[in-house]
Design a protein around this ligand. Structure first.
Ligand SMILES: [Zn+2]
Length: 579
């Protein structure tokens, strides 16, 4: 088993004082892996070796015996068979995400070409890049039409915007600078081209269970992602439409046991050894689909969008507050950001429609008139479908929130640190008294108890520690909605949006905002009894219904193809307009 050298003939790279992904300098030592320090970014939870091993240490690890099962011809054949079965499964998932196999596919770190052989059979024109000379020679021989270039990705001097698909199969955790590497992949992909990544995941059950004894902690794995920060990395490298799924592989007992013999884990390795003595050899050789320690990540090269914030304003019977709100919104400026305003008016009976119509000529305002009121949720969904900005904010047509807070909310998204931000109404120490209506103390207390109850319920059901999940101030990257479908029409849409985003893997980041609650006399539109019951039902239903983003992506593509709109990958509007 290859061990890192204990003496450093070549020096290790300099210690990093910044997170590679989010640029934070709040880095903390987590634990030591052999003689390597593992550090954690306090802001995005990325974990990485710091300092990284020297070139000489890595060369010693990537010796000829690095690939498992290569001690005998039979072992080599079995290992290759499992890899090809895994490759076929990956190709099926890539086709679900991206459509039928065709065009140019690039695999970086293609090893001996198992994946490329299957991709060629599936119908792609393939090109491999592989660092190891021996592996790239073997891979070249096995391919029919494709070829393999030996070296690193940057050495390959590949043309701009050429490939339709790029595959990084257990590779990104090995590279020294993952962000620079992703940017190079971005350069060679054509616009809308798909990127598939398989990599170990800190959210996987094995990582959570084994902690510091996780089998993926290895000196040659330089960076460790979770489902959240891989998205940050992809976004910062110019990708969008990210889907993260549990990573499975096709493995046999024999293969798993060989892995744990090479990388021993206390208790696990002896247990497997014992089991290996009992199980019949037919069972040990049988291949199975196993979710183990990794994730599969799908994304797409993003179009160059101007920095734009789409503000969605649902308006229904807001005649007294609409104009001051709208004038303030039009006057609002955020440095370096264009603000697009989308008003959805739901056929008010108090003259709001006539006021809304007066803004029709404004170049940054888009007006949508609904024939009849279908609920706030319906109006917001209509607005989301019309949004074109990279970022989205939902603004009620009243004056409960302060627009001065836009800047700090949006800044979190622009920095790439967070995809989904909530403006928390519990500023500072004022934990309890969120709603204070003069002369209506018992009503305020009732609402505050209700708020506490629902907040606790969400935290328990979704294992979060949110303080104000029901704030109107939800700001997120529009591409977070990719692969989601919404059905709630009333105030329960607020829940649906929050919960679907959390289920897709985004943890809301809360920052304090200003808030002044309206009383019912001032026009607050929540029904005291009907809505809480609806919320409760919606919460429970949403908690126990599954989000199947990949099926939704397939369905959307089929709808687009039927409408003959499928000319280029589009932003995720369509998924929202369906009832
Ligand atoms: Zn970070």
């Amino acid at each position: 088993m290859p061990e890192p050298l204990s003496t450093n003939a070549t020096p290790r790279p300099a210690l990093r004082n910044q997170c590679t992904i989010c640029k934070s300098n709040r880095l903390y030592y987590a634990f030591s892996l052999k003689s390597h320090r593992v550090m954690r970014c306090e802001d995005c939870d990325l974990m990485f070796l710091n300092p990284q091993p020297s070139d000489q240490e890595l060369t010693a690890i990537y010796s000829a015996e690095y690939f498992l099962g290569h001690d005998s011809e039979e072992g080599r054949r079995n290992a290759s068979e499992l890899k090809r079965a895994t490759a076929r499964q990956y190709l099926t998932e890539i086709a679900r995400y991206n459509g039928a196999p065709s065009g140019h596919l690039l695999e970086v770190g293609c090893g001996e070409g198992d994946f490329l052989c299957e991709a060629e059979t599936a119908g792609y024109e393939v090109l491999g890049v592989e660092y190891s000379a021996a592996a790239s020679a073997t891979a070249s021989k096995r391919l029919q039409r494709g070829r393999v270039q030996q070296g690193e990705l940057t050495d390959a001097k590949l043309p701009d915007s050429h490939f339709g698909v790029c595959v990084l199969n257990d590779v990104i955790e090995h590279v020294r600078d993952p962000l620079a590497f992703l940017r190079e992949v971005h350069r060679v992909l054509r616009p809308g081209g798909a990127l598939f990544i398989a990599t170990p995941c800190l959210d996987s059950w094995s990582a959570r269970m084994l902690k510091e004894r996780w089998m993926e902690w290895k000196p040659e794995h330089l960076t460790y992602f979770d489902g959240d920060n891989i998205q940050t990395a992809l976004l910062n490298a110019g990708f969008q439409d990210v889907l993260v799924q549990p990573g499975w592989k096709i493995l046999s007992f024999d293969y798993v046991q060989a892995h744990f013999e090479r990388f021993p884990v206390p208790l696990f390795t002896p247990a497997l050894r014992l089991l290996g003595k009992i199980l019949p050899s037919s069972v040990k050789k049988k291949s199975r689909r196993i979710v183990a320690s990794g994730m599969m990540v799908f994304s797409r090269k993003a179009a160059d969008l101007p920095p734009r914030l789409s503000v969605i304003v649902p308006a229904y019977n807001e005649a007294s507050t609409f104009r001051p709100m709208m004038d303030a919104l039009i006057a609002k400026e955020i440095a370096g950001m264009e603000i697009e305003i989308i008003v959805i008016e739901s056929n008010s009976t108090d003259g709001t429609r006539e006021i809304v119509q007066q803004y029709a000529e404004h170049p940054r305002v888009k007006l949508i008139f609904e024939e009849k009121p279908c609920g706030k949720g319906h109006a917001v969904r209509t607005g989301l479908a019309a949004a074109t900005g990279a970022y989205v904010l939902i603004q009620d047509a009243d004056l409960e929130y302060d627009m001065e807070d836009y800047d700090s909310l949006v800044q979190e998204l622009v920095s790439g640190r967070h995809a989904f931000v909530l403006g928390s109404r519990h500023g500072g120490r004022n934990l309890w008294k969120m709603r204070q209506f003069t002369g209506q103390r018992s009503l305020s207390t009732f609402l505050n108890v209700g708020h506490w109850f629902f907040t606790t319920l969400v935290n328990v059901l979704f294992w979060k520690r949110l303080r104000d999940p029901f704030t109107m101030f939800k700001v997120f990257r529009r591409d977070c909605l990719y692969g989601l479908r919404f059905t709630c029409n009333r105030f329960d849409f607020d829940y649906e949006l929050l919960i679907r985003l959390m289920q897709k893997g985004y943890t809301p980041f809360e920052i304090p905002v200003n808030y002044r609650s309206r009383s019912f006399k001032e026009g607050k539109k929540v029904s005291m009894w009907r809505d809480p019951l609806n919320w409760l039902a919606a919460l429970v239903r949403l908690r126990f219904s599954k989000v199947d983003t990949m099926t939704e992506v397939e369905r959307t593509r089929a709808v687009k193809a039927a409408l003959r709109l499928d000319t280029a990958p589009q932003p995720p509007q369509e998924v929202l307009t369906n009832q």
